[in-house]
Design a protein around this ligand. Sequence first.
Ligand SMILES: *Cc1c(COP(=O)(O)O)cnc(C)c1O
Length: 326
Amino acid sequence: MQWSDLSLAHVLAAAKRIAPMARRTPLMQTLPLATEAGAAGVHLKLECLQNTGAFKVRGASNRILSLSEEDRARGVITFSTGNHGKAVSYVAGRLGIPAVVCVSEHVPRYRVDRIRALGAEVVVSGDSQDEAEVEYERIKNDRDMIPVVPFDDPYVVAGQGTIGLEMMSDEPALDAILVPLSGGGLLAGVALAAKLIKPEVRVIGVSISQSPAMLRSVEAGRPVTVEEKDTLADSLLGGIGMENHYTLPVIEEFVDEHVEIDEPEIEAAMYYALSEHSLVIEGGAAVGIAALQTGKVKVEGARAGIVVSGSSVELSQYLAVMQKFV
Ligand SMILES: *Cc1c(COP(=O)(O)O)cnc(C)c1O
């Protein structure tokens, strides 16, 4: 399939397919931020309340549920340090199919344990993500397993697109949607769904200054790598793949604007979610809130929706950040 073949029909099919695996999460008004931004309304799409703690279960389940019985029996494999690994482990575990998740030796123990607890076999090897990827290739070929990639796949894009579908159906008056951006599966899916439902809606990608690989690629008109620096928004780290086939062209076609958020802005947005709504959100999930709080995206008089993408954050790190505000 070419990227340009992706349509609303794929997103609608995904919505039906993934319903048993993924929750329809709430779209909740947030008044203080709306007042601060002079907006007609601001609505948070709470994927932090999604099964496994992040939206990735939508794309992963759309991919895995589309596999034939024969392919399911071969089992699925991925490499991931975070939410995608958890999602693959969860979906495969619920379907009773074999799953392998490859991670490097640097991935924290608590993450490995969480992925393993959901059912997957976790293979820890190598000093870096690249070395873990070598091991991933070896096992994939040796055991003839089916790869489930985190973002650059049409089923994954369509699965994440169900978020845009739900937002537009719960709040058809939305004028703008802000979406955290890393590899771009989430932004591509949401932009595709929202624009095909309502072409005049503004779709804004929100990157982190510490690792803006997709933003730099959009500027260059081709995939580029960037230096990755330490960030609280670890779910937004990583490149877009030098052989990107789907997320870059879909984002080029459907996304209107891009902004970058830095570390103190992420912290303030995480604190906003806790203090105003008692919501624990991870750094990567906070960037859309930050884009409005900082005024980097202007929504005066408009109705904005923000994807709050996940809640996977280590407790001690989270508490250390919140401590700064009390
Ligand atoms: C993966 C992830 C993102 C970014 O999604 P992409 O499809 O890689 O752009 C954002 N937030 C959270 C919590 C994630 O896990």
